[in-house]
Design a protein around this ligand. Structure first.
Ligand SMILES: [Zn+2]
Length: 288
């Protein structure tokens, strides 16, 4: 947050917006990178670290912010990508859970809502969106890591992302929800194995992204629709962005690794993970 505030103070491309506050009162901050904010350009929208323990996701988003802000004006591809689009990132979508992984439980996933009906804390904000809410791949049990909460958008963290993307309705070209781990590129739907009408175009874009990602260091990725490729997940961001907000290119990325270190990816893999992911995203966005 200090880094984003510093950027916003020193770099004319960068501003920040508070999308909402968490259950414990922390700001949910969106970093906006734009070379002409009033032009209402198409938007690339990122949410990162909605699952608290997935630290590589915030690191990757912050690294991409750094690449874009330092590359503008010197790297022709980045300059073009900034002049064509606005870039919006929520690096820490679940700040309470993230803080909890630093001070108490490294393996915490959910937010930190104190449930009235249970002694168990926390809702999975990525099961708290309305498409398929409370369906397969989410739990009605407050003890569960995938507890969906009492209603869609009951959680402040989900509501903040709802409001941030709704503010750009009609402009959002792609959404990327960053998760770890599994090395997968995932498209709608999560809540059903049915395929959306645009799936062939989604598959084309994911194929281009994964080819560029893998060609960087050889990291193998699989890709396809969420429900078949990883598991059924109801009420997630990616289905909401696609189905409710009409974003045709709405993806979840499961970053490194494939299970050796899992959520506790070693620091020496942060920059390689971010580098290959950014290469994949640039190729995909150029292809779209
Ligand atoms: Zn996740």
């Amino acid at each position: 947050m200090a880094y984003l505030a510093e950027l916003a103070n020193t770099n004319p491309l960068v501003s920040t917006k508070v999308g909402g506050t968490s259950e414990e009162g922390r700001d949910i901050v969106q970093a906006i990178i734009s070379s002409g904010l009033s032009a209402n350009k198409p938007v690339h929208f990122f949410d990162c670290n909605i699952h608290a323990r997935e630290w590589i996701t915030a690191a990757t988003c912050v690294w991409i912010i750094d690449q874009i802000t330092t590359g503008y004006g010197s790297d022709p591809e980045i300059t073009s990508l900034v002049d064509q689009y606005d870039w919006k990132f929520v690096p820490i979508a679940n700040p309470d859970g993230y803080a909890y992984t630093w001070n108490t439980d490294r393996n915490w996933r959910k937010n930190r809502l104190v449930n009235n009906e249970s002694t168990f804390v926390g809702v999975d904000a990525n099961r708290n969106f309305p498409i398929g809410f409370a369906g397969s791949g989410s739990s009605s049990d407050p003890c569960s890591g995938t507890y969906h909460g009492i209603a869609a958008f009951s959680e402040r963290e989900a509501s903040a992302l709802r409001d941030l993307i709704a503010a750009d309705r009609g402009r959002v070209k792609t959404t990327i929800s960053m998760h770890s781990y599994s090395q997968m590129f995932l498209s709608p739907y999560g809540y059903t194995t049915n395929l959306p009408a645009e799936y062939p175009e989604m598959f084309r874009a994911m194929n281009i992204a994964v080819n560029a990602l893998t060609s960087t260091y050889g990291t193998p990725y699989t890709y396809g629709n969420t429900a078949v490729t990883i598991y059924i997940a109801s009420g997630d961001t990616t289905d909401h962005y696609y189905e409710s907000e009409g974003v045709d290119h709405s993806y979840t990325i499961e970053l490194r690794d494939s299970g050796t270190y899992g959520f506790q990816l070693p620091p020496d893999q942060i920059v390689p993970t971010a580098t290959e992911t950014w290469n994949g995203l640039k190729a995909m966005i150029n292809a779209i």
